[in-house]
Design a protein around this ligand. Sequence first.
Ligand code: NOJ
Length: 743
Amino acid sequence: MTIMTASFANPKNDAASIERRVQALLAEMTLAEKIGQMNQVNASDEDMPHHLREAIEAGRVGSVLNQVDVDTVNELQRIAVQESRLGIPLLVGRDVIHGFKTVMPIPLGQAATWNPDIVREGARVAAREAATAGINWTFAPMIDISRDPRWGRIAESLGEDPYLASQLAVAMVEGFQGDDLTDAGTIAATAKHFAGYGASESGRDYATVNIPENELRNVHLPPFKAAVDTGVVSLMAAFSDLDGVPATGNEFLLRDVLRDEWDFTGFVVSDWDSVRQLAIHGLTEDDRESVYQAVTAGVDMEMAGQSYVQHLESLIDEGRIDVATIDAMVANILRAKFRLGLFEKPYTDPRALPPIANEHALDTARQAALQSAVLLKNDHGVLPLSANKLKSVAVIGPLADAPYEQLGTWIFDGDRELSITPMHAIHSLVGHEVDVRYLRAMDNSRSRASEAFDEAEEIARDSDVVLLFLGEESILSGEAHSRADINLPGDQAELVRRVKAAGKPVIAIIQAGRPLTLTNIIDDVDAILFAWHPGTMGGPAIAELLFGVESPSGKLPVTFPRMVGQIPIYYSQKNTGKPPSPETVVLIDDIDAHAPQLSTGMTAYHLDAGFTPLFPFGYGLSYTEFDYQDIRTSAEEVGLGDTLTVSAELTNVGDFDAEEVVQLYVRDLVANVTRPVKELKGFRRLRLESGQTVTVNFELHTSDLAFFGRDMKLINEPGKFHAWIGGSSETQLRTEFRIIDGD
Ligand code: NOJ
């Protein structure tokens, strides 16, 4: 195919050459063409509508989204490249969130692997598959810090912790974008949603967000800063309001922080129609004013709304927005197109890329699912099961054989035909020696029909062990799918009780898009394997874990509350002036009748829930046991600007070779602003054979301990710190050190 953009094509893709070409191209563009670059159009129709063809030809479209037919995408590119005046290729966007055809675990599940390597590889596989459809830009990773499991989009997040989310955000960006965006099979990434979207009131999607600036900077912004430092191509402005100014019109976020403080050179896209929503929020009177606010704030491209195309030119004519502002915004978009090498290679030949769902892709999905499952409970070592000691197993529940549900939220392109369900995988793994009896028992996870429960109880009674597949269907999490009650939905708790009544060991395998309050079933089951929505290869991974081919090694990236009223509950809370401890807690049933209220009060806990979660951040059992000893630092004091090593001895004292995620936590005891009681500062996934001991060393530079103080500047203070190493945020293995002023 001939490429009309030859004058702007240049195999040399360094930053200086890109900048020269951006400026040269800008100099040739009319105002209408510039505004066209800022316009992203939905192209999901199967038959390309005439008006889209015309708009691209006229240079009024910079990007399309939601078209995944490669021939159609190539045709759209052809119109842009060969029929528009300047031949500027299109950005082709899509929500490739946790896989394209081959689906990895939901991002929250991937976060439970605590393994940047597998997360990076998952994104790489997704990028390669998406690229076969001509997609060159994904709206991922979503790196909103989420401490509210009611929020449906927690499924898409990397959990509650800024450090873990930052590390994994970097890995995802690296996976999507590769080393060089001109390489085949790489696509541009989007860090979203900037910023604060994960803190919506009561976890209700799109609801109001209020985050004090200090918390915003210390908790919510770090993953975005990490993504920007890794070279992420774009950021998406959030739908939500932040302290009274919706993110899409928020100059503080999009200019002061992103451009002035962080020197971001990529571009910002709005969320779907979020420019026009500024009027619905009540920030502006009409669409025209919304355009003014969004452009002034720094939203370079409008997704789906068309209001830039309608109103921007007249705002410029009136002199309210100057052309220099537009030039800078268009340059941000063109820079991305040059970085992607689109001027040289606008078309896609899927045959030049690895086949979809190849062995490597499926193996990556299997590994990710294996490492993401978290063993929450395992009484008397009921797991792993030994196939040779069992005659029969009952496989019961609505999610045992649900190929679509195991894929989770945001899988527009996910191929359910590729899914291997747990029921099928258990059959393949042990079906030749164990009688596997399957009963769905409920139509879906929300079902209230209990007619099949008698049969479930019967099958359970006749089997040696029960594998109960519970959880949430995929539609119960994701965008606009928040829940106020996060118990197992429908009559699942009743199913648990009925099956338990059969008297056989009951193992619950839970697939869900969020932490669930499992308090009402936890005593009725012997073991719980929490598998999130594990993706295409969830079945084989779960089967291998249940039958001990591998040990579970996932760790929670988010705290599990006992009950909804505890939310938000997270490990890195502040100490308060009245911190709770086991000694101070008197629960509701233990309060004496007519007990007087104390004028001194008590401590920070709930009378009916105490102060501990059901399962803490970082928690996850293994088939083996890991013993941590001898925590120490390389010195008692470290000068500002220097590095200290925190070490411990880790031994696999059990009988199983297994992986462990070793975690380093720190507390800054006295500071300019109060600091969390524990903060994750390092982690490492290690494989230890039974009996093996290793020394685990974490290098800690004093800048790793910097935080935003009262004046909202990043500061590093001398003082005393505690450090812990262990297998969860509740580790008690502690040492201390001091940062001293270097001078
Ligand atoms: C709305 C969602 O908030 C955003 O995350 C997504 O990328 C866009 N829709 C496009 O589908």
